[in-house]
Design a protein around this ligand. Structure first.
Ligand SMILES: [Zn+2]
Length: 128
């Protein structure tokens, strides 16, 4: 119950942030969903990290990609998860070292190639 009260207070203060005080005297705001739908009520779904082999670069790219369900979002008017796009945040070299993309140094990679994948790509590189 304590955490629900904390979440409720955060939600109410997010309304204050998005357009002045709690709208007891502003009836227009009471009927405007854009006023009530804030990130404190329901944050836009975070993108997930994906590992993708890039043959031309000989690296495993780490990207942020929309969750598969973003394509089926039922609230396109209030949620931009369907337009998030894919962003590269870094790559793993075949020796296993992670190289963050400039500007994304603070993002911790949560996916990584397995030792077997790295060994396999090193062997492929040597045989060419
Ligand atoms: Zn959405």
């Amino acid at each position: 119950m304590e955490s629900r009260w904390t979440q409720t207070r955060e939600y109410l203060s997010s309304l204050t942030d998005s357009g002045g005080p709690w709208p007891r005297s502003n009836v227009e705001k009471l009927t405007d969903p854009n006023y009530f739908v804030t990130n404190a009520l329901a944050a836009v779904q975070e993108r997930i990290q994906k590992l993708i082999w890039s043959k031309p670069q000989n690296v495993f790219n780490v990207t942020l990609a929309p969750h598969w369900s973003a394509a089926y979002c039922e609230w396109p008017d209030y949620c931009d998860c369907g337009t998030q796009g894919t962003t590269k945040i870094g790559h793993y070299q075949v020796d296993g070292e992670f190289v963050p993309r400039k500007g994304y140094e603070d993002v911790i990679p949560l996916v990584r190639p397995t030792l077997a994948q790295l060994a396999s790509k090193r062997r492929e590189g040597e045989s060419q």
